[in-house]
Design a protein around this ligand. Sequence first.
Ligand code: C2E
Ligand code: MG
Ligand code: MG
Ligand code: MG
Length: 288
Amino acid sequence: RAKADGRSVYRFFESQMDSEARERRLLEVELRDAIKNNELVLYYQPLVSAEDARPTGFEALVRWNHPIRGLVAPAEFIPIAEQSNLIVDIGDWTIEQACLAAVNWPEHLTVAVNLSAKHFRRSDISVVVKRALAMSGLAAPRLEIEITEGLLMENPEAVVEKLGEIRALGVTIAMDDFGTGYSSLSYLLKFPFDKIKIDRSFVDASSDDEVARDILKAIASLGKTLKLKITAEGVETQAQAEFLSGIACHQLQGFYFARPLDHIDLPHYLLTHVLPQAPALKAEAEAK
Ligand code: C2E
Ligand code: MG
Ligand code: MG
Ligand code: MG
């Protein structure tokens, strides 16, 4: 009797479990198989020099090519992966794939990989980076690690130490989504960053908000003082691009220049935007 009651109570809660939670649980189960089944894919979005709009490298952005759901955005599955060790598997896979891809690009191009701070806590990330560099043959200065400030404070000491180890290899460390967290400035003291990527919300607001433009100017001059490279993300218009290069941002990224490219569009982009310049650059070098 008591047993039957217990079951019906369980069923009651089961049916009350909101669809969102059930959806998450299902996604987590499916995500476990996604890497094994080759369902994760990397798209590559160009970063360009603010000076001449030439590509300087690409950022690897993960998508989940789900057999039924189609292309799932990282915002939908990275937070789920972060709740388990899946984030380690995804991060390890992403670094390896990105290094293997970049080694085939012209040598002046870099590749940036997003890593979750949770990954740092759960595994020895510097070993993973070393292994990926050695396995691919990619030179360390061509690799960048992007880490969002939002998750850093959960375990600052461990993260500082690991970031220091990775940086000592010659890898660039960037703070992603700069300005969106609560303590962006104090992070600059604590963590060994080479570069900050200004969050696209500031770039977006800059179009019709003078305060946003002033903040961008202040960040650019802060970067100069601290000798940090400044990248602005989410550039969608020519006016934004002109403003940002006018305040001496180093790199720009956004739909105005290019969207994240898949394995078909990427080679085409390299052919049309990178390779045609190679002979010209070589001719210049030979003329000297
Ligand atoms: P993020 O690292 O700040 O990446 C930039 C995001 O902004 C990308 O979204 C990109 O597609 C989008 N974006 C770029 N230019 C523009 C623009 O001009 N306008 C607008 N509206 N959006 C633009 P995506 O690919 O959906 O990635 C979202 C976030 O998911 C990333 O933000 C990053 O934090 C995370 N993420 C992506 N790939 C990975 C990964 O491999 N590992 C981890 N841990 N996180 C990842
Ligand atoms: Mg990023
Ligand atoms: Mg970013
Ligand atoms: Mg962002």
